[in-house]
Design a protein. Structure first.
Length: 273
């Protein structure tokens, strides 16, 4: 190869290298994850919505978010998984951060609520991920169930003391009254009273039977309450030191309660030396 040929070949090599530098790099293929959502509503034993989020691939779905919109006329009970999912402040929605869902696998969310009104109760869910979805039309779904009857009990407790003030060594009597304000029977109603420090327990009894006592806790199992009915428990103690004594009463039921604001009561009593 003479010098002319060498010069020509060198020039062609330089030109080819320059062309390679100028050509744009091939773009990386974007990850895709094909999410699909199904919702199944049922009312046994409570109104619940079972949400299934499936990833059809081809890539893992990351930063998966599921939003479950709840119907009106309900009160929240539970959501699973707890932690990644939580009710909003109004109890009208559940927000879930599920993290990653591998290709070909399914994540589930179960929302349990209690209906306080009858009628059609529709729950809907929508899912999204960080990856592009080739079929976004199946990323949401809804299902309904019709409630023909509901059960709810608004339980209330009050706590009084007497006499106030009193002297060390005299009997202090606490009177706790439990009432079912509305709307249905309250089942498995339990009254709990936390006694003050520095008292000697004497007795505890309700108009529905005896109450248990262990340490500072008095427990009365009151059974079923029809709407508008009440029960009274009387607890007697003897103060051993002077000063203020603080007692707290609470009521619980296995029937859903729409408001816990009146499920506890407290009283403060002055004891003279």
């Amino acid at each position: 190869m003479n010098s002319t040929h060498r010069t020509l070949v060198s020039g062609l090599i330089v030109a080819a290298m320059a062309l390679l530098v100028l050509l744009p790099a091939s773009p990386a293929l974007a990850a895709t994850a094909d999410l699909s959502v199904t919702v199944v509503a049922s009312d046994t034993p409570e109104l619940n919505y079972a949400v299934a989020v499936h990833n059809g691939g081809p890539d893992p779905a990351t930063a998966v978010v599921v939003v479950v919109t709840l119907p009106g006329g309900i009160i929240p009970i539970s959501v699973t998984p707890d932690g990644p999912c939580a009710f909003n402040g109004a109890g009208t929605q559940v927000d879930c951060s599920l993290g990653s869902i591998a290709n070909g696998t399914t994540a589930t969310v179960t929302v349990v609520v209690h209906g306080i009104t009858t009628g059609t109760k529709t729950g809907s869910a929508v899912a999204s991920a960080a990856e592009a979805d080739p079929n976004p039309g199946d990323n949401s779904h809804s299902d309904s169930v019709t409630l023909s009857a509901v059960g709810i009990a608004e339980m209330m407790v009050t706590l009084d003391d007497g006499p106030d003030p009193l002297n060390v060594g005299e009997t202090l009597t606490y009177t706790a009254v439990v009432t079912n304000v509305q709307d249905d029977d309250g089942q498995d109603v339990v009254l709990s009273v936390v006694l003050p420090f520095n008292v000697t327990f004497t007795s505890a009894r309700s108009d529905r039977g005896r109450c248990g006592h262990r340490g500072r806790l008095v427990t009365c199992k009151l059974g079923q309450f029809s709407p508008g009915t009440s029960s009274t428990a009387t607890i007697k103690v003897v103060p051993t030191v002077s000063g203020y004594l603080h007692a707290v009463a609470g009521v619980a039921s296995s029937t859903p309660d729409p408001s816990f604001a009146n499920n506890s009561a407290a009283v403060r009593t002055w004891v003279n030396p």
